[in-house]
Structures are given as structure tokens and as C-alpha cells.
Design a binder for this molecule. Structure first.
Ligand SMILES: [Zn+2]
Length: 274
């Protein structure tokens, strides 16, 4: 199969068998997982997940999310996104006019946790789009038809679940021409050839970016610069800089007396190894 990012031909990298409960049970119909890596950009993907039919993929996601909701704490090494830190980060960036949160959307936002926190603690509204979640009509959800162009498109814990280029592009298609995309996923220097790597632990993780693959993707999509926030574990990709972003970031870091945000033209390659 060809790389979803740069189209080079991928090569078999390694395989993994899920042997520990409950994931051995979730994966028993699917079996061994085969990961393929792009020799050019390092993007790594599970061919096994890409080849699943829709019904099986949905059942796996359903089983896994049900498990997350019902497990006891600290049962496995699976962390939820740092939602409150992400809310603080978005608010700081918006206050400093680096991003615009009006008419913004949390794409694949699940139960709407980020949106609820932003409203409760910062009186900031953000819509949620999620095609797979059962939702109450509490006014925060957008339908697919209501999803248009938005100045800020946030996504958390989504990129590692995607199996087609079209599904990456659908997210970017929602960003306005002078907007930004905020991404929470793991992006590192390289993907270790290790079936026991912690990030493979959730059996729904199937797509793994490197700094190089994200640099290529953001350029293809027309983003010019990026910001990384360590506490929020997020990258903010900017299509335009309506203010002097570098000076603003320097001021924020001075104000907070911390290296809170890291800015770079192109992609912030914050994690050099894995
Ligand atoms: Zn590639």
C-alpha cells in the first residue's frame, strides 16, 4: 500500500498480537496486526485496520470506547486527553488573537468534554461534530450539513484512528482559508519497531505520524507555521499569521514565566525520538 501522506510505497515494518485481556478478546476475530512504514516520511499504518470492513471497525471502536467508560482507574496505560489544559491553551491563544474561537468546532469531539469545560470555566462556546456518538440535543452538536468552514478546528485523539487519506482531508476541509487546526495526537521523530510500544496498546490506534510526515501534510494543506503546547499536548497549525505570532508567543511565555508555547515556521518537531 502507498503512504497516505507522501504516496511513496510503504514497506512491512513489524507485527503485533494482542495477548492481554480485554484486548485479546476484542481482537480475536481480527488476529495479528501488521504495520507498514513509509521509507520516505516514516508515517506508519496498520494495514490490518485499513483492510477491516466497516462493520468490524465500528464494532472494535464500540467495544473499546465502552471499555474506557466502564474500566476502573489505572487499569491500563491509556490516558484520556488533558482536556482542562487544552481549554486553558485555547483560551490563552484566543485572548492573544493568535486564533479565533468564535464559530469553532471540536471535530470528533465525542461526549463534548472539551466544549463543556470551556463553557463552564471560561464562558467560551465551541461546537462539537462527531458522526459516531449518540448525543442529546444540548445545542453544542453540529450535523454534517452544518459543518462548513471554521476559523478553528480542534481534534483530540483522532489522527491515530484514521485509515484513509480522505478522512484526514475531510477535517482540513473544515478550516477556513485564514484559520487554524489544533491537533492532539502523538507525533515524534520516528516510530519504534516495537510491538510493546505503549502507543499501540489501544487496539484502535492504527496511524502514526512522524515530524517529517506532519511537516509534509501541513505543507500540502497550506499551513505556514505551528505552535506546540506541552501541557495541552497540542499542535496549532496556522494558515495565516494575522498578528506577529512569534512576538506574541514570547510575551505569553514571559507573562507565564514558563516555556509554555513553542513556535516555529513549518512544523514544531518537539519530540525528536519517540
Ligand atoms: Zn510517506
Amino acid at each position: 500500500m502507498n503512504c497516505l501522506i507522501c504516496n511513496a510505497e510503504t514497506k512491512y515494518y513489524f507485527s503485533k498480537k494482542y495477548t492481554e485481556p480485554p484486548f485479546d478478546h476484542f481482537m480475536k476475530d481480527i488476529g495479528e496486526v501488521f504495520y507498514y512504514q513509509c521509507p520516505f516520511c516514516g508515517f506508519t499504518i496498520s494495514k490490518t485496520h485499513c483492510d477491516l470492513d466497516e462493520q468490524r471497525w465500528e464494532k472494535l471502536n464500540f467495544d473499546f470506547h465502552h471499555y474506557l467508560e466502564t474500566r476502573s482507574d489505572n487499569e491500563t496505560e491509556i490516558n484520556q486527553p488533558p482536556y482542562i489544559q487544552q481549554a486553558i491553551m485555547l483560551k490563552i491563544l484566543a485572548e492573544n488573537e493568535i486564533i479565533n474561537l468564535s464559530n469553532s468546532v471540536d471535530y470528533g469531539g465525542g461526549y463534548g468534554t472539551l466544549s463543556i469545560l470551556l463553557k463552564k470555566y471560561f464562558d467560551q462556546s465551541i461546537s462539537v461534530y462527531d458522526p459516531f456518538m449518540q448525543k442529546e440535543d444540548n445545542g453544542i452538536y453540529l450535523t454534517k450539513e452544518e459543518l462548513k468552514k471554521h476559523p478553528t478546528v480542534f481534534n483530540s485523539g483522532l489522527f491515530e484512528h484514521l485509515t484513509t487519506r480522505a478522512s484526514f482531508d475531510e477535517i482540513n476541509d473544515c478550516v477556513s482559508d485564514d484559520g487554524c487546526m489544533v491537533i492532539h495526537t502523538r507525533i515524534s521523530g520516528y516510530i519504534p519497531k516495537d510491538p510493546d510500544w505503549f502507543y499501540l496498546n489501544p487496539p484502535v490506534h492504527c496511524a502514526f505520524h512522524t515530524n517529517k510526515s506532519m511537516e509534509i501534510l501541513m505543507e500540502q494543506w497550506g499551513y505556514i507555521s505551528s505552535i506546540y503546547c506541552l501541557t495541552g499536548r497540542c499542535w496549532v497549525l496556522l494558515k495565516r499569521e494575522n498578528v506577529d505570532v512569534k512576538s506574541k508567543i514570547d510575551l505569553i511565555n514571559k507573562e507565564l514565566q514558563a516555556n509554555y508555547l513553542t513556535y516555529k515556521k513549518g512544523f514544531v518537531d518537539f519530540w525528536k525520538e519517540y
